[in-house]
Write a protein that binds this ligand. Structure first.
Ligand code: AMP
Length: 313
């Protein structure tokens, strides 16, 4: 059952066309773990500073997220990210990134964390992703996310990290940039040739696609009329995906396809409000309802060509 995540735990300042928040709980590991907590037990590996307060800790407690491996540096400052979205909510413009306590972080995993069955190497310096990967040798499924900053400034370490994982979960612009290939299908083939057995490409409001060596599977996004803040949608998707996988015995492609739906369901809730606000107070009924809606949205009857043609003549 156990699912481990390493990634940023942050304070985010975010501005969208619909409003602004100055200091909210963010970071890849935060969004991921809150989302995954609806499916399984999650442990976080990361670091925060003395400014990380009771209120933020309480969010993890309420979701049963184990923070034993979340290091606290009392005289340090928590990772900080400031971003803005314009009307095209698919693109985040980074205005400021302060690694703070993450700059000197050396992840030390507890014995229990080292035995995790599934691991998510969330968006953070690729060197840290690798340090965690090397401490969880027997994990059955390891997935990785990243972003343009690390592709730009830490490409070599990132490529090494990609070789060491089973699944890469990134957005379409990152897939093109990572593979240095404008065509997404070719980019996917190239990334898979480095070692992972699956690549998931997140495409914002257009859905997500799963590439394996032989197969392709794609789903739309849940159609929403009001989107307030896409920050963390990718991590929330990954949390739903990996959380569901952790609840499964067989980690095969059929499970991955269902996990894609759960990932999309969780991400659809995330964007409805700022930060983690909406995902923090979800019910199982709400999750089930959107899962069923996905089934309806994507279901169609198989009709042989001859029968379809006959009906119109
Ligand atoms: P996303 O799911 O891609 O929207 O992730 C948004 C989250 O990523 C925000 O909560 C930020 O705190 C975090 N973030 C932004 N830049 C970085 C970075 N360079 N490294 C790690 N986390 C980051």
């Amino acid at each position: 059952m156990s699912l481990l995540v390493v990634g940023s735990v942050a304070f985010d300042e975010v501005e969208t066309p619909f409003g602004k928040r100055e200091r909210m709980l963010g970071g890849s590991a935060s969004h991921f773990s809150i989302s995954a907590s609806y499916f399984t037990d999650v442990r976080i590996v990361g670091v925060v500073g003395g400014d990380f307060g009771r209120e933020e800790e309480a969010v993890f407690e309420r979701h049963n997220v184990d923070t034993t491996d979340l290091e606290r540096i009392p005289d340090g400052k928590t990772f900080f990210w400031r971003g803005r979205y314009d009307f095209d909510l698919n693109t985040a413009h980074t205005l400021d990134t302060q690694l703070n306590v993450f700059a000197d972080f050396k992840p030390k995993l507890s014995e229990e964390s080292k035995r995790s069955r599934l691991v998510f190497l969330g968006n953070i310096q690729p060197e840290l992703q690798r340090e965690v990967r090397q401490q969880v040798k027997s994990a059955e499924l390891v997935a990785l996310d990243t972003m343009n900053l690390w592709i730009n400034i830490a490409r070599d370490a990132l490529l090494e990290a990609v070789k060491e994982v089973d699944v890469v979960i990134i957005n379409d612009a990152e897939a093109r940039q990572l593979a240095d290939e404008p065509n997404l299908i070719k980019a996917a083939r190239k990334i898979l040739s480095w070692g992972p057995r699956a690549l998931i490409v997140k495409r914002g409001e257009y859905g997500a696609a799963l590439f394996t060596g032989q197969t392709y599977f794609a789903i739309p996004a849940y159609p929403l009329e009001s989107v307030f803040d896409p920050t963390g949608a990718g991590d929330t998707f990954a949390g739903g995906f990996m959380g569901y996988m952790a609840s499964q015995e067989k980690l095969d492609e059929a499970a991955m396809r269902r996990a894609m739906i759960f990932g999309s369901v969780m991400a659809s809730f995330n964007v409805e409000e700022f930060g983690t606000e909406r995902v923090q107070r979800l019910t199982h009924d709400e999750i089930n309802e959107r899962f069923r809606a996905f089934k309806q949205m994507t279901h169609f009857e198989e009709i042989p060509f001859e029968r379809a043609v006959k009906a119109t003549r």
